[in-house]
Design a protein around this ligand. Structure first.
Ligand code: SAH
Length: 356
């Protein structure tokens, strides 16, 4: 990743030229240092710039008071790459959903989820989503574009600033399919880890599975957590729920996940949405256990969160418990994730970049 093209003469730029300057957010301290030096400034200003962007939340270079006045005026128009908060909805459990407006006017959702000492941010990786999973609101609105690295990092900084609390965990479980945007997701992971200072083990990337991409991700040998949205214990049912599963059979997906474990030494999390009468019967749990036997993994059951377009139902708590019990009897590590933020339409599957 690079912050080039670099420019030294910025005062004569017209707006068209400014559009072509990549924002500074997402750049490493080395890249920022190279950039300030190219501007004729001493190297230590790179570290200062890094600190102001990532830790002081500066939104314009003109506001960096430790920089010489004249230079500040010269570079005032260089974009840092921050979004603006278009809308903010607080759920009774303290979860906050943000609609963020990007430089081109597109809107994405981000969710801040406080719990005990943690503050988790659920980030989007695309505007909309092309996967069209039947139970998910994001796919119903179609797909617009991939997010750039700075647009992903910005979501975390925005939540951190709004809560006035350090973000401890980031889950790539907002709008979009991260592995259709792998390069930018990897750049944002680097920046969240090295620039924002969040440990790799506190970063989770969730995917519905794109052929070869899990294996490619493994080659980067990251210590992040990979979560895979499974949702069905057999190919026929999975295809019904997830159209993209048709050309990518469950067997192949699980084989790639096994490779991921072998290469990275990290266990994989499997997400399994519970839809009453569809995939929540004890026989489904048994089948799931069979698929995952001997696998270093953890299953997260997500009881369905209602969306308007489809009439799936969330199973009652007895049914959920029965599903859990079968998995436990089969020695599968399992937990139930009741999504937070339901009342603000901020829960898993409810993100559609609208106010309600
Ligand atoms: N595209 C990625 C990232 C989205 S993560 C992926 O599929 O993993 C969002 C998680 O919430 C996924 O596991 C998704 O399947 C799940 N989800 C989608 N709609 C849901 C709903 N209505 N209720 C509960 N979970 C849902």
């Amino acid at each position: 990743m690079s912050v080039t093209p670099l420019i030294s003469q910025v005062d004569s730029l017209n707006p068209k030229q400014l559009e072509n300057i990549p924002p500074l957010l997402g750049a490493s301290v080395a890249e920022l240092t190279a950039w300030v030096q190219q501007q004729g400034q001493p190297a230590y200003r790179g570290k200062q710039l890094h600190d102001w962007i990532y830790h002081k939340g500066v939104r314009s270079l003109a506001d960096i008071s430790v920089f010489p006045k004249q230079w500040r005026a010269e570079v005032a128009e260089i974009p840092i790459g921050r979004s603006t908060i278009h809308h903010r909805a607080v759920a009774p459990d303290g979860t906050i959903k943000y609609l963020l407006q990007l430089a081109d006017g597109q809107i994405v959702e981000t969710v801040g989820i406080p719990s005990d000492k943690r503050l988790t941010v659920c980030v989007s990786t695309q505007v909309g989503c092309p996967m069209a999973c039947d139970f998910c609101a994001t796919g119903k609105g179609g797909y617009k574009r991939n997010l750039a690295p700075h647009e992903i990092v910005d979501q975390v900084l925005t939540v951190q600033e709004d809560f006035q609390q350090r973000v401890s965990h980031v889950v790539f479980m907002g709008m979009g399919e991260p592995l259709l945007n792998t390069e930018n997701v990897l750049a944002s992971l680097r920046s969240l880890n090295q620039d924002v200072g969040i440990g790799q083990r506190s970063l989770t990337v969730s995917t519905v599975g794109i052929r070869d991409r899990i294996r490619q991700l493994a080659q980067h040998h990251l210590q992040i957590t990979l979560a895979v949205s499974l949702h069905a214990p057999n190919q026929a049912l999975r295809e019904e729920l997830i159209p993209s599963a048709r050309p990518y059979p469950l067997e192949d997906l699980l084989a790639e996940c096994r490779e991921y474990v072998a290469i990275t030494g990290r266990r994989v999390s499997f997400e399994y949405i519970l839809l009453a009468g569809v995939n929540d019967l004890p026989e489904h749990a048994l089948q799931l256990a069979k698929c995952l036997r001997g696998f270093q993994c953890h299953v997260n059951l997500i009881p369905y969160n209602p969306i308007q377009e489809v009439d799936y139902k969330r199973p009652n708590s007895d049914r959920i418990q029965a599903f859990v019990n079968v998995l436990k009897q089969q020695f599968i590590a399992v937990s139930v994730r009741y999504s937070r933020g339901l009342e603000a339409d901020a829960a898993c599957g409810q993100l559609r970049a609208s106010k309600n």
